[in-house]
Structure formats: C-alpha cells, structure tokens
Design a binder for this molecule. Structure first.
Ligand SMILES: C[S@@+](CC[C@H](N)C(=O)[O-])C[C@H]1O[C@@H](n2cnc3c(N)ncnc32)[C@H](O)[C@@H]1O
Length: 215
C-alpha cells in the first residue's frame, strides 16, 4: 500500500471504480492475508484503462507475483486479440499465478515464464508495445536498456512503485538494506526523465508510476 497519497483521496478514487469481479476481490484478500505485494485496485484499473486506450496488444510484465496486475492487463488486451508475457522468479507465486490464470480462462493467452527476468529478458524476441516493470526496485536500471531495445516506437514502459513508499522523495529509509534500492530508483527516474529515446512522466498515483514512451 502506498503512503504517499492522502488516504481520503485514495479511498475516494477507489470508491469510484466500477465493481470488480469476484476473482479480483479474492486475489486482493489472498494478497493481504499472505502479504504478497500487488498493485492497488486503482492502479490495476489505470493499467487496464491505459492498455485499452492505447490499443496495446503485445504486453510484457516483469514481476507477476500472483497475477493480479496481469489479469487487469488481460482484461484490456484480450478482447482485441492481445497476448501477454509475464515473468516471475518466485516458484510459489508463479504457481499461484498459473492457477489464477486457469480460473480466469486466460492461460492460453498468457505466456507465464518462471525465472529471473535478468536472464529471460535477453531471450525474448519482442517487440512489445506495453512493458510493465514491477519487479525488484533496485534492478530497474539494470532492466532499462533491454526494455528500451524490445519496446517498439510509441510503446509504453511503465515502472511501478518508483517512490518506494516515499523513501525516494525524502531519503528517509525505513531499513538500511533499502538504501541501495532507494538510490537506484532515484537513478532510474533521472535516467528515464532525460533519456534521448524516452518521453517520461512521473505521476503520484499508487506508490508512484514512471510512464515512458519510446520516441
Ligand atoms: C510487486 S510484485 C509484482 C506484483 C504484480 N505485478 C501485481 O501487481 O499483481 C514483484 C514481483 O517481482 C518478482 N521479481 C523480483 N525480481 C525478479 C526478477 N529478477 N525476475 C522475475 N521476477 C522478479 C518478485 O518475486 C515479486 O513477486
């Protein structure tokens, strides 16, 4: 959950969302119970809206967890014949996502890959028109050049949690081990904000999103 947005604003926006399917609600409950980090419903809805509005059809997600954001993206791209590849390094989460994709009836359209995106990314052919980067925050810079390579011109690269619960903004880290990730996220934001191949906006929804388009 985000700490950077006023909770009243967040609740207000959340209450405006259309009712969610029971499967989404079940995933939200399970994520809370098992402390699995997933996007907030309003971010899921934003991803859905963005992919649908852009007409995205070749989606790559780095960091599946239990497949919650993947299913929001699937809802947007599948009616228009789109496909999603999503990568998860944690075996139990990968298996959880696989079960949810079957229950949602979308397992054939989603290429769920188990492993480390740092290796798998190099074998992916691309191009993609929508890349959602939501894995280890300290690795975003490492993923960046490959993401740019496989993103088609005009495509979107969306990085999630870029404020790291406000730590990136204030520099006040909650644990020593978060310092490197916080500094690397700052680097990521600086790089994407001035990269010659990218046009980037950073917006304060959820825990901060950096949305880049490839020029
Ligand atoms: C924030 S969660 C993803 C949440 C998911 N996108 C959602 O909103 O439903 C981040 C996930 O990235 C995975 N991850 C971290 N580093 C990774 C890597 N190098 N390759 C693949 N997955 C990774 C973690 O295991 C974790 O499940």
């Amino acid at each position: 959950m985000s700490d950077i947005i006023n909770h009243e604003v967040m609740d207000y926006i959340r209450n405006l969302l259309p009712p969610r399917d029971e499967l989404f609600l079940e995933m939200e409950r399970e994520a809370k119970e098992k402390i699995i980090p997933i996007v907030e419903p309003e971010i899921g809805h934003f991803l859905y809206w963005l992919a649908k509005t852009k007409g995205s059809s070749r989606v790559l997600e780095i960091g599946t967890a239990m497949g919650y954001s993947t299913l929001w993206l699937a809802k947007a791209v599948m009616p228009q014949g789109g496909k999603i590849t999503t990568i998860e390094i944690n075996r139990p989460r990968y298996e959880m996502a696989s079960k949810y994709f079957s229950r949602a009836g979308v397992e054939k359209e989603i290429n769920l890959v188990f492993g480390d995106a740092r290796e798998i990314l190099f074998d992916l052919p691309g191009p993609y028109d929508f890349i959602f980067l939501d894995a280890a925050k300290g690795k975003y810079v490492e993923f960046l050049s490959k993401c740019i390579d496989i993103l088609e011109p005009g495509g979107l690269l969306i990085a999630e949690d870029v404020f790291m619960r406000g730590m990136v903004i204030t520099g006040d880290i909650d644990k020593r081990r978060n310092k490197t990730a916080m500094l690397r996220l700052r680097d990521y934001l600086k790089i994407v904000s001035s990269h010659p191949q990218l046009n980037t906006v950073v917006i304060p929804i959820g825990d901060g999103l950096a949305i880049s388009t490839k020029t």
